[in-house]
Design a protein around this ligand. Structure first.
Ligand code: SAM
Ligand code: SF4
Length: 327
C-alpha cells in the first residue's frame, strides 16, 4: 500500500498508541486534580483491537510504535499487548512512555515480551518538588522503576523532564551530572498549551529551551552528541566525556512541525493527526469490525486534514489534555 503521506509531503512512520486515559498521578500541567471524565470499559479498545490497528498502520509504512496513556502500566497485563504487537505485526520498534511508578513490577516481563525502549517521565530529582508537581507522587517509587528498567536491560534509559522557569530549572546541573556517570539520556521538554498546560503559571512559567541550550553550551561546554538527532524531535548534546546525553525538545521555541511523522490513536479509537488540534477521525468501529480498508481510509483521511503545524505561539490552545492524547 502507498505510504502515509500528508498534503505537505510528510511521510508518517510513527504511531503513538494510548492504552488508557487514566493515571495514577495528576501532574499539574497534564490533568486537573478532579473532574476529568474517563473512557468507560466498553469504549476502550481491546488488546486485539489495538493489535489490529497497529497491524494496519504497519502495512501502511508505520514502523515505530509507542505505547502510552494516561499511564500505560495501569492497563492490566500490558506485557501481553507488547507480545501481541511484537509477534503479531511487523513493527520494527516498540517503545513505551511511562511515569515508572509501576515499572518495577513489569520491566522484566515487558523486556521479554519484546519492548525495545522505555522513556520515563520525571520532572524533578527533589522528592518534595516531585510530589508537588505530580500532586502525590513519591520519587523513590520512580527510582525503583528506573533501576528495574536498567536491570531488565533497557538501554539507554531515557528520562523526559519538563522544565518550568522558577520551579525546576535550577536542577539542570544535577541532570548533567547524572549523564556524566550513567548511560542515561535526559531530555528536557518545553511546556505546551495543551489542556492544563495552557493554565500554568501557578507553579512555574514556560521555559525557552533553545535559549537554555545556548546557555548550557557556554556554561558547561556542551558539544553536539553523535548522533545529534535520534528518531524523534530531540536534539542531543553532551559533556565531552559523559556517558549519557542531554536532549532538548523544543516544540515552542524551535518547532519541528516541518518534519513531523507522528500520528496518535487514543484509547477509544480516535485518530489524531496533529497533537495541537482537537480534530479527530473515529476509526473505532472500523477497528472493531476488523475492516482493514476502512481503517486504512481513516489514517489517510486524518492525514488529508493534517495542518502544517501548531499555532501555539499565536495563542492557540488545545482543549484535550495530554492524558487523553498520549503525550
Ligand atoms: N503517563 C505517562 C508519562 O507521564 O510518561 C505517559 C503519558 S504522559 C501524557 C506523556 C508525556 O506528556 C509526559 O512526559 C508528560 O510530561 C508530557 N506532557 C503532559 N502534558 C504536557 C504539556 N502540557 N506540555 C508538555 N508535555 C506534557
Ligand atoms: Fe499521568 Fe503522565 Fe499526565 Fe503525569 S504526565 S498526569 S504521569 S499521564
Amino acid at each position: 500500500m502507498a505510504p502515509l503521506t500528508d498534503t505537505f509531503g510528510r511521510v508518517h512512520k510513527s504511531l503513538r498508541v494510548s492504552v488508557t486515559d487514566r493515571c495514577n498521578l495528576r501532574c499539574r500541567y497534564c490533568m486537573p486534580a478532579v473532574g476529568l471524565p474517563f473512557a468507560s470499559r466498553d469504549e476502550l479498545l481491546s488488546f486485539e483491537d489495538l493489535r489490529f490497528a497497529v497491524d494496519v498502520a504497519v502495512s501502511l509504512g508505520v514502523d515505530n510504535i509507542r505505547i502510552t496513556g494516561g499511564e500505560p502500566l495501569l492497563r492490566r497485563e500490558l506485557p501481553k499487548l507488547v507480545t501481541m504487537i511484537a509477534d503479531g505485526t511487523q513493527a520494527a520498534d516498540i517503545a513505551m512512555t511511562t511515569n515508572a511508578l509501576l515499572l518495577h513490577r513489569h520491566a522484566e516481563a515487558l523486556a521479554e515480551a519484546g519492548l525495545d525502549r522505555v522513556n520515563i517521565s520525571l520532572d524533578s530529582l527533589r522528592p518534595e518538588r516531585f510530589t508537588k508537581i505530580t500532586r502525590h507522587g513519591i520519587l523513590a517509587d520512580v527510582w525503583r522503576g528506573i533501576e528495574a528498567a536498567c536491570d531488565a536491560g533497557f538501554s539507554p534509559i531515557r528520562i523526559n523532564a519538563l522544565l518550568l522557569d522558577g520551579f525546576n530549572d535550577d536542577e539542570v546541573a544535577d541532570w548533567l551530572a547524572m549523564t556524566e556517570e550513567r548511560e542515561i539520556d535526559v531530555r528536557f521538554m518545553e511546556l505546551m498549551p495543551i489542556g492544563e498546560g495552557a493554565k500554568m503559571g501557578r507553579l512555574g512559567e514556560f521555559l525557552n529551551l533553545t535559549d537554555l541550550k545556548d546557555r548550557m553550551v557556554e556554561e558547561y561546554g556542551l558539544v553536539p552528541a553523535d548522533p545529534e538527532v535520534g528518531n524523534g524531535p530531540a536534539r542531543y548534546w553532551k559533556r565531552p566525556d559523559a556517558k549519557g546525553r542531554i536532549g532538548f525538545i523544543t516544540p515552542m521555541s524551535n518547532s519541528y512541525c516541518d518534519s513531523c511523522s507522528r500520528m496518535r490513536l487514543t484509547s477509544k479509537g480516535q485518530l489524531r493527526a496533529c497533537l495541537a488540534y482537537d480534530d479527530e477521525v473515529d476509526i473505532s468501529e472500523a477497528i472493531r469490525e476488523r475492516d482493514r480498508e476502512a481503517v486504512a481510509q481513516g489514517f489517510r483521511r486524518a492525514l488529508r486534514e493534517k495542518p502544517a503545524g501548531h499555532q501555539w505561539r499565536d495563542g492557540q490552545v488545545t482543549q484535550t489534555g495530554m492524558s487523553a492524547l498520549g503525550g
